[in-house]
Design a binder for this molecule. Sequence first.
Ligand code: GZL
Ligand code: ZN
Length: 334
Amino acid sequence: MARINHRHTAVAALAAVSLLALGACSSGAKAGDTGDAAGGSDGDLISIGFAQVGAESGWRTANTKSIKDTLTKENGFDLKFSDAQQKQENQIQAIRSYIAQGVDVIAFSPVVESGWDAVLQEAKAANIPVILTDRAVDTDDDSLYVSFIGSDFVEEGKRAGEWVSENLGTEPINVVELQGTTGAAPTIDRKKGFEEATKGNSNITVIDSQTGNFTRAEGKQVMESFLQAHDDIDLVFAHNDDMGLGALEAIEAAGKVPGKDIKIVTIDGVKDGMTALSEGKFNYIVECNPLLGPDLADIAKKVVAGETVEKRIVTKDEAFDQEGAKAALPDRQY
Ligand code: GZL
Ligand code: ZN
C-alpha cells in the first residue's frame, strides 16, 4: 500500500507546486494559494472513473444518483461514468479505458464476484487505486483494491430469514425464492444468510429457487412459472424489491392476494417496495442503503491525498414491517 501512498503524496505535492507556478495565469489562484490538491474551485480535480453495473433496478437508479450527485466538480471531482447493462465484459472494458485515460482513482460495483484479477492487476500496474462499492469481488489478492464500501448481504439475508421464522414459520410454510443475478455477491450472500436463519425451523421448506436477475420483468416471469408448477406457495423471498414487485403482479394476475394468500419478503427498501409494504402487499423489507456517494467521495479524497483508508466500510441497514413502512415513507430519500 505504501507504493500508492508514495505516488499520491508525490502527485499531491507536484499538483500543489504546479498550482503555485500557474498561479498568475490560472482561474484567479493567487501566488501562495495552496489550492487544495484534492480538488476545490481552483484545485486539481480528482479524476475518477466509475464503472456501474447497469440500470436494472430502483436500487441501482438511486445508487447512480447518489454517485453523480456527490462526485461533482464543485466537490473536487471529474467523474467519468459508464453503465455496463449488467455485462461483466462491458465493465472490464470501461475499467481498461479509465486506465488508458490515466485517471486518479477507479471505482466500480462488480456485477459478479469472479473474473476480475487480470484487469485489477492492470490497474495496480498503472498505479491507479481501485475502490469497490456495493458488491465485492472474490480474489485471493486483496491488494487489488484499497477499500470496499457496501452492506453486509449475509446479514440482510439473515434478518429476512429470522423475521420469516419468527412471524410466519410458526406453522408449515412453502417458500419460493427469487434469486438475484447468478454469481453476484448479494445473490450468494443473501441466499446464504436466509438459509442460515431458517434451516433450524422444520416448518419452513424452500420448494423452488431461481434467478430473476434483480429485474421486475424477470421476477414476474419466474413467479408465473412458480405459480404454474406449485399450487401451495405461502411465501416469496425475493433478493430485491424489484423482483418482489414483479412477483406481486404475477400473484394478482393469478387471482390471489399478495401479502395475504402469498406473503412477500424482500431486500432493498426502495420507494416502490416501501409503498407496496405500506399497502399490505409486501410483508417485510430489509433495507440495503444505496446512498454510497458520500462514503465513496470521502475515501477517494483520502486515497489521493495518500492517507490510509479503511479496507472495509459496512453500510448501515434498517428493516421494516407494514407499520414501519407507513411511518418511514414520508422521509425516505430514495
Ligand atoms: C445490493 C445491490 C443489488 C440490489 C439490487 O447492494 O448490488 O443490485 O439489491 C440491485 O436491487 O440490482
Ligand atoms: Zn489527480
